[in-house]
Write a protein that binds this ligand. Structure first.
Ligand code: NAD
Length: 495
């Protein structure tokens, strides 16, 4: 294998030669990504099935389910061919980002004309979107395709050379990304580097022009510290605890369906999943049977037999989650099986704010409920904690939804549903505070991976006008210059 230093040198040379800048080259890379997704659908689904135990589109059940066929939820055997979660949260959604970039590339690349003052009326003023150069993308394991490809779309569309570091934990997808993906891209401008914490630490010692990191807050700090040594700009897509407030006026079954789907999707290993519910004791009483009903309908009476429920990625995460099951009181679920790394969809009640389940990001199929007396107490509870990646509010009252929106802060916000906001490429996706910095998706990805260069092209003539600003300074010239550069003050019409 080529030494990392040689790979980086090779990519830098390609960038300096201007290889990645033409729109045609960028479009060819995006077409390559599109073909990668189309040609390898089965391979990708199989890798996801092996890493995160999802059903593949051939209907092939994950290994742990083959021995349990008689216990399967009856509806699941018919749906086994759906590969539902992989399709909507990994493959199709990535394809959508590629399509969007291909359709809009030339428009996104265009110089953006900006308003001018009197002094520059005859000049050309614009923002040019330039590639940064050599970009590093570091990805996590929980959506190992989507969280690798979507930043990659932005980086390639913006004309950068890219080093991709997939997660070593989702090892089947890592192999596909390392061995198959490069066949679809220009290797002089794109490389995959493999490794865990140690190798990534060494990789980060090198100078990059931009680093895009998705992962835990803990590692985010390591990445940012390494980037600071070279003053490299970063996007950090991190995690945290996403609150979900449920108001007393809600229909409990509707809320339960939506919350259960989002909490137990990918076995709860989703950065934007509702991490805990805040509601009154009365709402909790109505919500518990509704959640029980939703879980039974989704996964059957024995969720272990459902092919629609994933498994915990590895032993370390399984042990951590099992520890969290000891917090508060188990109201629903609570069963686990170490051999399969299975944890039942679980709801905990009577949890204390000081318990680990309310201190760390859960990242598994466990949902604690914490009691508050109304929206104001929920707002205080949320604001006492770090700013989350996402915040969810369920209420029939738009006033309540808007009150929580106005008085809290989070990376994203969704009223009356789970993480649907991230399906819109017209909305930026990213955290705030400890849940991250920077944003991407759709055009935001292109802008993230582009330096916005401020450009003013002036005339070489008209020196007489320029002479106004040269010494010896004159009071009359100052008045003229100030008038020419003036930014007018106008009162805000809303106030
Ligand atoms: P992680 O931080 O452990 O690992 C992410 C990447 O960093 C991996 O590629 C890994 O190899 C590398 N890495 C790990 N330790 C390192 C070290 N010491 N030095 C340098 N590199 C290191 O995260 P994870 O366990 O893969 O993913 C789960 C976390 O990611 C959760 O906290 C989750 O909330 C977060 N996440 C955030 C988003 C988002 O969009 N904001 C999306 C998915 C996951």
């Amino acid at each position: 294998m080529e030494p990392v230093a040689d790979t980086l040198r090779r990519l830098r040379e390609a960038f300096s030669a201007g290889r990645t800048r033409p729109a045609g080259f960028r479009a060819a890379q995006l077409e390559g990504l599109s073909r990668f997704l189309q040609d390898n659908r089965q391979l990708l689904q199989d890798a996801l099935a092996q890493d995160l135990h999802k059903v593949s589109s051939t209907g092939q059940l994950p290994p742990y389910l083959l021995s349990q066929a008689p216990r399967l939820h009856p509806a699941s055997t018919h749906r086994a061919a759906s590969a539902f979660e992989s399709e909507i949260s990994e493959i199709s959604i990535s394809q959508g980002e590629v399509n969007l970039a291909l359709r809009n590339l030339r428009v996104w690349m265009k110089d953006e004309k900006v308003p001018k003052n009197l002094a520059t009326q005859l000049d050309s003023a614009f923002i040019r979107k330039e590639p940064f150069g050599l970009v590093l993308i570091v990805a996590p394991w929980n959506y190992p395709l989507y969280l690798t490809l979507v930043p990659l779309v932005g980086a390639l569309a913006a004309g950068n050379c890219v080093v991709l570091k997939p997660s070593e934990i989702s090892k089947h997808m890592e192999k596909v990304l390392a061995e198959v993906l490069p066949r679809y891209l220009d290797k002089s401008c794109f490389a995959v580097v493999l490794g865990g914490p140690q190798e990534t630490g060494q990789l980060l010692e090198n100078k990059f022009d931009y680093i895009f990191f998705t992962g835990s807050s803990h590692v985010g700090k390591i990445v940012m510290a390494a980037a600071a040594k070279h003053l490299t700009p970063v996007t950090l897509e991190l995690g945290g605890k996403n609150p979900c407030y449920v108001d007393d006026d809600c229909d409990p079954q509707t809320v339960a369906n939506r919350v259960a789907w989002f909490r137990y999707f990918n076995a709860g290993q989703t950065c934007v999943a509702p991490d805990y519910v805040l509601c009154s004791p009365e709402m909790q009483e109505r919500l518990l049977p509704a959640l029980q009903g939703a879980i039974a309908r989704f996964f059957g009476n024995d969720p272990r037999g459902s092919p629609d429920l994933g498994r915990i990625i590895n032993e370390k995460q399984f042990q951590r989650l099992q520890g969290l099951l000891g917090c508060g009181r188990v109201a629903i679920g609570g069963q686990s099986d170490e051999r399969e790394r299975y944890i039942a969809p679980t709801v905990l009640v009577d949890v204390q704010e000081t318990e680990p389940v309310m201190q760390e990001e859960i990242f598994g199929p466990i949902l604690p409920i914490v009691n508050v007396r109304g929206p104001d107490e929920a707002i205080d509870f949320i604001n006492r904690r770090e700013k989350p990646l996402a915040l969810y509010v369920f209420s029939n009252s738009s006033q309540v939804v808007n009150r929580l929106l106005a008085r809290t802060s989070s990376g994203g916000f969704c009223g009356n549903d789970g993480f649907m906001h991230l399906t819109l490429t017209s909305l930026p996706f990213g955290g705030v505070g400890t849940s991250g910095m920077g944003q991407y998706h759709g055009k935001f990805s292109f802008d993230t991976f582009s330096h916005h260069r401020a450009c003013l092209l002036r005339s070489p003539g008209l020196e007489k006008i320029c002479a106004l600003r040269y010494p010896p300074y004159a009071q009359r010239n100052l008045r003229l210059l100030l008038a020419a550069m003036k930014v007018r003050n106008c009162s805000c019409t809303l106030l």
